[in-house]
Ligand binder design. Sequence first.
Ligand code: G4F
Length: 333
Amino acid sequence: MSTKRALITGVNGQDGSYLAEELLERGYEVFGLVRRVGLEAPEHRLERLVHLLDRIDLRAASLESYAGIFNAVAKIRPDECYHLAAASFVSYEFDDEFSTLTANINGTHYLLAALKDLVPDCRFYFAGTSEMFGSAASAPQNEQTRFRPRSIYGISKVAGFELIRNYRERYGMHASSGILFNHESPRRGHEFVTRKITSGVARILAGHASELRLGNLDAERDWGYAKEYVKAMWLMLQQPEPDDYVIATGLLHSVRDFVRIAFQCAGLDWERYVVTDPHFFRTGESVALCGDASKARRILGWMPNKGFEEMVREMVEADCAALGIPLPAREAV
Ligand code: G4F
């Protein structure tokens, strides 16, 4: 059998870089779409991919240009396409709503349309998100739960999800959506709370900072481990039939839990360093989303393995190592 070709959008993000590793290990030929500026400064803009640059084929294309996507798909002719790219920071303020909505919806639509016309047998993965549930009326959320997005990002993802469902039903494409709850790792962007905390701990331990300013410590999330979540993406495309799956741990933890464990890993008392700052509070964030991944477990054989504390420790260790600081010996957390 010939080598399978996989195309990943958002390949330079947390999930994209783990997925590229996963697919390379499985013998795929991996292609990534990146913005042209990324190719011009790879060590800076593609930092999560530096160790893979000689093993993956990066092509410049903007998801805002149908012609660019069409040309890239025509040249690559992928067997599987993983569409991870999106403006993904969640804000409930509806700031910059037009560009987030337009870029996320159009990018998905252009890609799907190009694949349908050029390589209709290509299997397609769409990165949906728990933000699509928004202020859901019931918990835990599964594939039957009604979407009630409360952010522009969530609305754009619901639109993408509906595009996928329509292309699947109307054109018979093998197109699946993963509804992924929060997933973290040492490669998480610094704008998200988990990485902000672990890098903050490392900076405090190194003497580069004396406090960490955060928003709502009572906010809760269903936090999983990103490396395991990309496996679920691959599993979805190996199924005989396309479908939608919730990927989650089913466990809720608060920001305070995360903070306490992260500081404890470094032998620090969090209450001496953490300052709550109204600037980082989000209005309209009332419901804690918690996923029910029993369908993924039943059909894909997928389940989360890494524990919450273990993941927090790995993130703190990585941020400390980057600053050249050893962590104190492991304590029970
Ligand atoms: O880390 P966050 O910014 O992630 P959020 O908003 O849940 O979004 C992430 O997960 C979604 C679900 O998978 C994705 F759709 C989305 O793309 C992204 O990957 O915030 C987590 C929680 C929130 O409740 C927030 O209010 O942490 C709370 N928080 C408290 N203090 C803070 C802070 N969040 C940030 N970013 N910064 C703070 O200082």
